[in-house]
Design a protein around this ligand. Sequence first.
Ligand SMILES: Nc1ncnc2c1ncn2[C@@H]1O[C@H](COP(=O)(O)OP(=O)(O)O)[C@@H](O)[C@H]1O
Ligand SMILES: [Mg+2]
Length: 265
Amino acid sequence: MIQSTANHDPLIRMVDVHKRFGAVVVLDGINLELNTGETTVMIGESGSGKSVILKHIVRLLKPDRGQVYYRDQRIDDLPERNLVPIRRRFGFLFQHSALFDSMTVADNIAFPIVEHSEKNQSEIEATVAEKLAMVGMSGFQDRWPAELSGGQKKRVALARAIAVDPELILYDEPTTGLDPPRSDEINELIVKLKRELGVTSIVVTHDMASVRKIADRIVMIYKGKFIFDGTPEAVMITDDSRVRRFVEGRCSDEVLETLHGKHKT
Ligand SMILES: Nc1ncnc2c1ncn2[C@@H]1O[C@H](COP(=O)(O)OP(=O)(O)O)[C@@H](O)[C@H]1O
Ligand SMILES: [Mg+2]
């Protein structure tokens, strides 16, 4: 089912992307447009290729076949040196995007600013303070990562991700490992960054409560292809059993049979 909320102004476009690792086909013709200002949520089973898709967008991986565009510029075939100005338009909050433990919170956030801008010391300090305020962590500049809770670390990592004002934020399972209230804080931040900064986002999550709160649009990957692309309302009423099972958190009938013997539905 294709029910697009597209405003036809894609920031990122993946066209017929194929990727295999050895004999394993992971992406088998992925087409995806991330519309400017929208939050797209990507769902799908573990190992289905969600992180691989994010890595193609930031060109940590290259497709075997197909293209990836940032606005009108093809990026999958760009030489590494030409990627620097494009990568600085992206902020990542990857699953294990650990903070640098040997740096204070302020230095962690300053790191990309020093690398990607010409700001002087006082401008950097002002930017660090502004980004910390944005994630509700004002005053934490001199703390060390080891002193922070899991949720606080995520928020500092998010402050670092937005340090150089990205146009696109990629979140890879940002709430995994957090308790429900802490997860909800991250969801509220995702919504706030969209509203206040107008950023475009792609979020990988398993958590349907997150989906309902943050998604403008949902895509689901299954066996290397997108089998759903539509609104959060549409995903709740789809009759595609593969999507329903995921959304409702049910295992497959084959697994049920293995565990319990023959089973009636
Ligand atoms: N660099 C790599 N080399 C070999 N196999 C990989 C690599 N990255 C991912 N894979 C494989 O690709 C598949 C999809 O991985 P991934 O995108 O991480 O799944 P997920 O949907 O859980 O994020 C998995 O089978 C994984 O083992
Ligand atoms: Mg993953």
